[in-house]
Design a protein around this ligand. Structure first.
Ligand SMILES: *Cc1c(COP(=O)(O)O)cnc(C)c1O
Length: 395
């Protein structure tokens, strides 16, 4: 086996890339996987080397073979110039935002953005004199009406991870770039496999690797990738914080990377299977899944996305809280918990109305979010049929 040339590497299809990215067996004594490199101090052979930091690795926070392997692999997959790792997905969000803003700036944030992202904007950014204004995710090119001379960033997230609004990201990016603003996207739902962020105009793309990169609900990690325009600034911000991911999490993330496309394609198949099953149930008022033709953002999804993942929501016909609790508490195969992207099915009730400010959340019934795992669909639907019976009985 000979070493992959960069020319060959460039032409590889995504599945081949996932298998080979960030991996060079000739540097690992022939072993397939890189061990978890852990360390703070790196020693130098001479005073001269020490003073000039003349070495490939200089200190634990500046990068290890493990962190570099994942960063390089992710850049390849995301079509990015560079990638930095963070200890969690939320830390990746904060790194991206702090890369783009300075005191006195105004930023635009989708009203459907991840809740803790809003919290960061409303507390820390506010304290730093950065004003976050929330906008309707369906704004499209009309975002131009919200741009100010001080607008330095537009944060998009599509679909919203509870309510599943889609966003016309190329249109938003065109407006933002004409006004000199950075486009930041939380791309956790689609991953770069189903939405190549930088090709679509995104400057800084965030991935909560905790979800599909991990795939096993046993690690926390975040990634931010940058296009050439933002690569230097992102790296500079990362270096200033030294907000590093841990070696074991990086090791597990690299392992997850190899099977990410397989898992994601199965999540898509399972997600569509369950979404269509719900769509045919009389207890369900609406299914919020962008790959279903009736969804408001379906045309955008079809145009810009290459697939869908296994997270979507449903709106039930009006029912009491007690009845919904009886339905959910008695489920045997769906755990109730935050996060998603693992091998197991999950459900949570949610209410976007508690934090929305730019749009009205009026679903007309209880809202449930489902993460579909790898279980057999007939077992999942049998569990849900019993759940619907408890719902109908009123708890
Ligand atoms: C989970 C999640 C995050 C945060 O990831 P953590 O690793 O849990 O901090 C960010 N954005 C979205 C859309 C998420 O679903």
């Amino acid at each position: 086996m000979t070493k992959l040339t960069s020319q060959t590497r460039k032409g590889l299809k995504s599945r081949t890339r996932l298998v080979n990215a960030g991996r060079d067996v000739s540097e690992q004594h022939g072993f397939i996987n890189m061990p978890a490199w852990r360390g703070s101090t790196v020693v130098f052979p001479t005073v001269e080397a020490l003073k000039g930091r003349k070495a490939r690795y200089t200190y634990g926070t500046k990068g290890t073979p493990s962190s570099e392997a994942l960063e390089q692999a992710w850049s390849e997959i995301a079509g990015a110039q560079t990638t930095v790792l963070a200890p969690t997905g939320l830390a990746a969000v904060t790194l991206a935002l702090l890369t783009a803003v300075k005191s006195g700036d105004h930023i635009l944030v989708s009203d459907s953005a991840y809740g803790p992202t809003r919290h960061f904007c409303d507390t820390i950014l506010k304290r730093l004199n950065v004003e976050a204004q929330y906008y309707d995710p369906y704004v499209g090119a009309e975002i131009s009406g919200l741009m100010r001379s001080s607008t330095s960033a537009v944060l998009v997230e599509a679909p919203g991870s509870q309510s599943f609004e889609m966003q016309d990201i190329p249109a938003i990016a065109e407006v933002a770039h004409a006004r000199g603003a950075c486009v930041i996207m939380d791309n956790t739902w689609a991953t770069p496999l189903f939405f190549p962020p930088h090709e679509r105009g995104v400057d800084l793309a965030i991935e909560a690797g905790t979800k599909y990169l991990s795939g096993h609900s046993d690690l926390l990690i975040g990634l931010v990738s940058a296009n050439p325009a933002w690569a230097k600034r992102l790296r500079e911000t990362f270096d200033a914080f030294a907000m590093c991911a841990g070696p074991d999490d990086i090791f597990l993330a690299l392992r997850g990377l190899r099977t990410m496309e397989l898992r994601l394609r199965e999540a898509e198949r399972q997600g569509l299977g369950l979404a269509n099953w719900f769509a045919a149930r009389s207890e369900v008022k609406e299914v919020l899944h962008p790959a279903l033709p009736g969804h408001r953002g379906h045309e955008i999804w079809k145009r810009d996305f290459l697939g869908s993942s296994g997270l979507f929501s449903i709106i039930l016909n009006p029912a009491s809280e007690k009845a919904v609790a009886a339905m959910l508490d008695g489920l045997e195969l769906f755990g109730m918990g935050y996060s998603w992207g693992g091998f197991e099915s999950l459900v949570i009730p949610f209410d976007c109305g508690t934090y929305r400010t730019a749009t009205k959340w009026a679903p007309g019934g209880p809202a449930l979010r489902f993460q579909v795992g790898l279980e057999d669909m007939s077992d999942l639907t049998a569990d849900l049929v019993k759940g619907f019976a408890r719902l109908q009985a009123g708890g």
